[in-house]
Design a binder for this molecule. Structure first.
Ligand SMILES: [Mn+2]
Length: 236
């Protein structure tokens, strides 16, 4: 059996091709996987479990059908951190913390969305601290959907403008933070997304070789990782 991992689909009614690729992938793997991990940014944005899901219902139903065959785990990304227990129970997924260490076919593996590794981006980390605060979230979720929509759009516009001015390096992972994550969790393998720069990086953990697998986004094509006893493969 194979473990399937993906992230950064950024599903949105405006990009039906990505939704189609996603449902095709799940159909192709249905019944052949031991678990599915969605490591954040499944959707372009999420205003709360009471929002109208529009055409995304098709993708979510595919997830629910998939969850009938194996566990489906979901980790929050920076776009969909408000996905809650309502969504989880409706579509049969289990919410997991960022970071989480799992045993993937005999190899302890650290799973993250990846944004917490981008520690050179101080503005982003400050914003993350605000919006991940339970009190901020309670206030946000108590607003009407129209108000939340407007706030989310303002946040996205601000972030887009800020990103245009930031260098590629600032928005990438910080090497020290990566090394620290490996050390802290005592693992030789890290799988994450977020930076949209798919690659398999060889890393040195003390005297041992390790690897950092970065999954890509789904804007133009699919990106996912399969793991079995032989190891993990990035499909791009
Ligand atoms: Mn992200």
């Amino acid at each position: 059996m194979t473990t399937l991992l993906l992230s950064d689909l950024h599903l949105d009614d405006a990009r039906p091709a990505a939704t189609q690729r996603f449902t095709d992938l799940l159909s192709a793997w249905r019944g052949r996987t031991s678990a599915l991990y969605i490591l954040g940014d499944l959707v372009e944005y999420w205003l709360g479990d009471d929002q109208d899901v529009g055409d995304l219902e098709t993708a979510f139903r595919t997830i629910r059908d998939f969850a009938a065959t194996c566990p489906v785990y979901f980790m929050h990304g920076n776009r969909d951190f408000l996905i809650g227990n309502g969504f989880a129970s409706r579509y049969g997924v289990e919410l997991i913390e960022d970071p989480t260490v799992v045993d993937l076919h005999g190899t302890p593996t650290l799973l993250m969305h990846g944004d917490t590794l981008c520690t050179d981006d101080h503005d982003y980390q400050a914003l993350r601290g605000t919006v991940r605060d339970p009190d901020w979230q309670r206030v946000f979720l108590s607003k009407s959907l129209a108000e939340r929509e407007a706030m989310a759009r303002r946040l996205r516009d601000t972030s887009k403008a800020a990103m245009a001015e930031k260098s590629r390096e600032i928005m990438d992972v910080n090497a020290h933070s990566v090394a620290q994550a490996f050390r802290k969790h005592g693992v030789g393998r890290l799988i994450h997304g977020h930076v949209h720069r798919p690659a398999v990086h060889a890393v040195q953990i003390g005297d041992l070789p390790g690897e950092r697998i970065v999954m890509g986004d789904w804007y133009e094509s699919s990106s996912y990782v399969t793991c079995d006893r032989e190891g993990c493969t990035l499909h791009q």
